[in-house]
Design a protein around this ligand. Structure first.
Ligand code: BG6
Length: 472
């Protein structure tokens, strides 16, 4: 495991803040408030314009990584990380998305961040689009409803490739591309009216995103033949709730829906079940021969994925707890413990996921998100005893090692979510904390932004030091 990437992960809209600094434009997540409207807006059911007038928008300041990045990168290096997965904010580079020239101040920020990382021996893994659409593109085109987005995204991605090609080897086109099924506003800036065919809008947007991803894979290979482009899936298999074939079929169907994205991005072809499904749902997609050729010729180079929890499927959910706390739905699995937010904790499920993805696609894998959202308490002497997070991570790391050694699955790296506390994507809370590094900031946006080292910080530092010494 010597050249293994051991990192942390984050997303621009969840850490950077400084949402209008240096000419950054507004993006979809800047319009997603904390509080009771959040879920309805995130799932595309309520227009963001209908949010309460006094709503609080946590992404606007987040944890101010924009101004603290040097301190934060130094802390990552102190842990011993040799990788950091972060995303670039599209609207820092093209403030409305529509400009013909990029915003130099935005590019400069990422130049500085990349230089800081490389100076500390930290390999960047860059997500081009992590739940991120400039508002200007939402206004002009209705976001990914329109084919125009492909060219806008290509322009943005090529700007990044040209500028950062000497500094970045690993690129990810869209974070958790399958999130569009559950939260189309979060995933792709889509709001869908009640009288529209919801799945038509979603699958059309997904098609354009996947064509855009194939197109930039082509462009990346020409600009920087050494660089790799990854697809990214919110993974976590659906187990049948029981051996009842109805439950088994239900789980199979849910897994097919999830695999839809990797089938196309990994194998370059639409899965067959979609033909009947699209017909039966009245879904008619704009898909050209040129699209199909692009998808076939430029599949992703590697498959990255997030893994937090597994899911369970049941055909008849009468009397069963469906409150899984997770956008991916399903029912509560009685065999598993759950996090404070109801997510099922299932380390062995990670072995199952890694095997299923590998068996299906035979492409190198990268686990780019895994971690535990929990409430952390700061003691009077400024310590955070997050033994629950250590237990979660240790259990998952043990499973990764077994899977690599015993099943022979190639994993390029592991970037823990989220290295530093940040704004939760689903809830907008700061109190759902994931980091090794604590940030003094609360759900209402109060706090000094001071950084503190949790017990997990020291634990992971020791874990990596041991790995390194064994490898020497
Ligand atoms: C993934 C996202 O869905 O899970 C992240 O890629 C997100 O952006 C993470 O933060 C954890 O989810 P949450 O909702 O607890 O922040």
């Amino acid at each position: 495991m010597t050249d293994f990437l051991w990192g942390g992960a984050s997303a621009a809209n969840q850490v950077e803040g400084a949402y209008l600094t240096d000419d950054r434009g507004l993006s979809n997540i800047d319009l997603l408030p904390h509080g009771e409207d959040r879920l309805a807006i995130a799932s595309g059911q309520k227009p963001y314009q209908a949010a309460a007038a006094d709503a609080f928008y946590p992404s606007h300041e987040a944890v101010d990584f924009y101004h603290h990045y040097k301190e934060d990168v130094a802390l990552m290096a102190e842990i011993g990380l040799n990788a950091y997965r972060f995303s670039i904010a599209w609207s820092r580079i093209y403030p409305t998305g529509l400009e013909s020239e990029p915003n130099e101040a935005g590019l400069k920020f990422y130049d500085n961040l990349l230089d800081e990382l490389l100076a500390h021996g930290i390999e960047p893994i860059v997500t081009i689009c992590h739940f991120d659409v400039p508002k200007g593109l939402m206004d002009a085109y209705g976001s990914w409803r329109s084919r125009e987005m492909i060219a806008q995204y290509e322009k943005y991605a090529v700007t990044l490739f040209e500028r950062f090609k000497s500094k970045v080897k690993y690129w990810i086109s869209f974070n958790e591309i399958n999130m569009i099924l559950h939260k189309p506003f979060t995933g792709a800036g889509l709001t869908i009216a009640d009288d529209e065919n919801r799945m038509q809008v979603i699958y059309q947007a997904a098609h354009y995103e996947m064509v855009a991803s194939a197109l930039i894979t082509k462009r990346l290979h020409a600009i920087d033949p050494q660089a790799k482009l990854g697809a990214m899936l919110a993974a976590g298999g659906y187990y049948p709730y029981s051996a009842n074939p109805e439950d088994v079929r239900q789980a199979q169907r849910a897994n097919q829906e999830n695999n839809f994205f990797l089938d196309i991005q990994g194998r370059g072809e639409y899965p067959r079940w979609t033909e009947h499904y699209f017909d039966s749902e009245g879904i008619v997609l704009d898909r050209s021969e040129a699209d199909f050729n692009l998808l076939k010729e430029y599949p992703c180079d590697f498959i990255s994925f997030s893994y937090y929890a597994s899911r369970a499927s049941k055909a008849d959910t009468t009397g069963v707890d469906t409150n899984t706390g997770n956008a991916a739905g399903g029912v509560v699995n009685p065999y598993l413990k759950r996090s404070e937010w109801g997510w099922m904790i299932d380390p062995l499920g990670l072995r199952i996921v890694m095997n299923s993805i590998w068996d299906r696609y035979q492409k190198p894998l990268m686990l780019v998100e895994n971690g535990l959202g929990a409430k952390d308490l700061v003691t009077v002497d400024g310590k955070i005893h997050d033994d629950y997070r250590i237990a979660y991570l240790q259990a998952h790391l043990d499973v990764i090692e077994e899977t690599m050694v015993e099943d022979g699955i190639p994993l390029l790296g592991y970037t823990m979510w989220s290295v530093i506390d940040l704004v939760s994507s689903s809830s907008g809370q700061m109190s759902k904390r994931y980091g090794f590094i604590y940030v003094d900031r609360d759900d209402a946006g109060q706090g000094s932004m001071r950084r503190l080292k949790k017990d997990s910080f020291h634990w992971f530092k020791a874990y990596l030091a041991e790995k390194k010494s064994k490898a020497e």
